[in-house]
Ligand binder design. Structure first.
Ligand SMILES: O=P(O)(O)OC[C@@H](O)[C@@H](O)c1c[nH]c2ccccc12
Length: 268
């Protein structure tokens, strides 16, 4: 049993859907990231994707690309992001943390060192969007050994790979709602309902849907079809809007309240 499993089990008993925000760690700075994580928990988030800023975020739209640029202006590193999880825990945050990183920073860091550090700092899950299942053997073995959930992504175009990917999934299966890069959308892939049912059929592991979700009505649309809903760009854009307030001590609380209120409205 891992912290992520416990949260999904509790939500299932309550008939609730998990709200899973994504933020870029270090945006606008590392100290504020801890306060933003606290605000997300206060707003009712159930677990958080902690994104490692990356210079070449291929799968990201402009909002998250800009967030990475803001964080990389302060040279935020993979270690900083992992340390932020521990800092948030020490600040009293109870939520499970999912580290979200492209593969290159993890590879450069070294798998042994990486897994022992994320276990030590209390990370429960890992998403590496550019590590296909065909190549994830070594990472998967180390994750299993460390009781870290390696969360795979499946897309509406995954078709016959869905069963294979879902059968190996731990934590939850990340169902990508649309093709293309991250970013708010007014609509999703045309076969999204059938896709989510196919993934549901393929595994008893919880499934969560992400990409493009930015409003309470869009969250509501997926409650019941999925065990969790992931929201990134819409929250990252709210953080971007609040940056001027967050950067001045006199208005920082107002900025954090703006983020909390936005996420609380998604929760409904
Ligand atoms: O930003 P969106 O459209 O709300 O989608 C979630 C997404 O931000 C987050 O899960 C994520 C951030 N970067 C990614 C790269 C690939 C897949 C997923 C992601």
């Amino acid at each position: 049993m891992n912290h992520i499993d416990a949260v999904f089990q509790e939500l299932r008993e309550e008939g609730e859907t998990a709200l899973i925000p994504f933020i870029t760690v270090g945006d606008p700075d590392l100290g504020t990231s801890v306060e933003i994580i606290q605000a997300l928990e206060q707003a009712g988030a159930h677990m958080i994707e902690l994104g490692v800023p990356y210079s070449d975020p291929l799968a990201d739209g402009p909002v998250i690309q800009r967030a990475s640029e803001r964080a990389l202006k302060h040279n935020v590193t993979l270690i900083d992001c992992i340390q932020t999880a521990e800092n948030a825990r020490q600040a009293g945050v109870k939520l499970p943390f999912i580290l979200f990183s492209y593969y290159n920073p993890v590879l450069q860091f070294g798998l042994e060192r990486f897994f022992s550090l994320i276990v030590e700092k209390g990370i429960s899950g890992l998403i590496i969007p550019d590590l296909p299942i065909e190549e994830d053997g070594e990472v998967r073995a180390k994750a299993e050994e460390a009781n870290i959930h390696l969360i795979p992504l499946v897309a509406p175009t995954s078709h016959d790979r869905v069963t294979h990917i879902a059968s190996k999934a731990r934590g939850f299966v990340y169902c990508v709602s649309s093709l293309g890069v991250t970013g708010e959308r007014s609509d999703f892939h045309k076969g999204i309902e059938a896709f989510l049912s196919a993934v549901r059929e393929a595994t008893t592991t919880p499934i969560a849907v992400g990409f493009g979700i930015s409003s309470r009505e869009q969250v509501e649309r997926f409650e019941g079809q999925a065990d969790g809903v992931i929201v990134g760009s819409a929250i990252v854009r709210k953080i971007e809007e609040m940056v001027p307030l967050l950067q001045s001590p006199a208005t920082k609380q107002e900025g954090l309240e703006g983020i909390r209120a936005f996420v609380s409205a998604l929760r409904g």
